[in-house]
Design a protein. Structure first.
Length: 171
């Protein structure tokens, strides 16, 4: 669970810290209040691609840091252990985007690759936009939902790999 996020020099934000309580948290505001900027920063923190254009004008870099309570999240704990990152009840994700184009990622103050941040991010939070629910109406996505729900993605990947290998060997 996300307990707090701190954003420095991102888009129009100079410095802001937002804390979240347990249970449902709702971000509301008028058009132009900055809700989308906050969600954009959170997306970057969770491993989305970054652009130097997101660095606030006049700043050298943007820093986005999130604090997560991961107690009991076995998948996150396992992934941290596999990558030899210190495991505690709280997880700190930090992303730095430089105006020069460099991009640094940290998990519990250990430098890591963006791909690992994205893996961890996918296990921590699901972000959904205004029209994301419409994929539920698309028949072509139903099998993907079923495979995900049944935790079949690893088996499916193995099956596809073996099928491709078998096809190459017969040609």
């Amino acid at each position: 669970m996300l307990t707090s996020i701190e954003i420095k020099d991102y888009a129009l934000i100079e410095n802001i810290q937002v804390s979240f309580g347990s249970g449902l948290n709702i971000i509301t505001g008028e058009t132009g209040a900055g809700k989308s900027i906050l969600i954009g920063a959170l997306s970057l923190l969770l491993g989305e691609r970054a652009s130097t254009e997101t660095v606030r004008k006049g700043a050298a870099k943007s820093i986005i840091e999130g604090l997560f309570d991961i107690g009991g999240n076995k998948k996150v704990i396992s992934l941290l252990e596999e990558n030899e990152i210190e495991v505690t009840e709280e997880l700190i994700l930090r992303r730095e985007i430089s105006i020069k184009g460099s991009n640094r990622c940290f998990i519990n103050d250990s430098p890591v690759q963006l791909s690992l941040v994205k893996q961890i991010g996918n296990l921590l939070i699901d972000l959904h936009g205004q029209h994301d629910h419409q994929s539920l109406l698309n028949n072509e996505t139903h099998i993907d939902f079923l495979d995900e729900f049944c935790d079949l993605n690893d088996d499916l990947s193995k099956f596809i790999f073996h099928k491709k290998t078998a096809c190459r060997n017969t040609v």
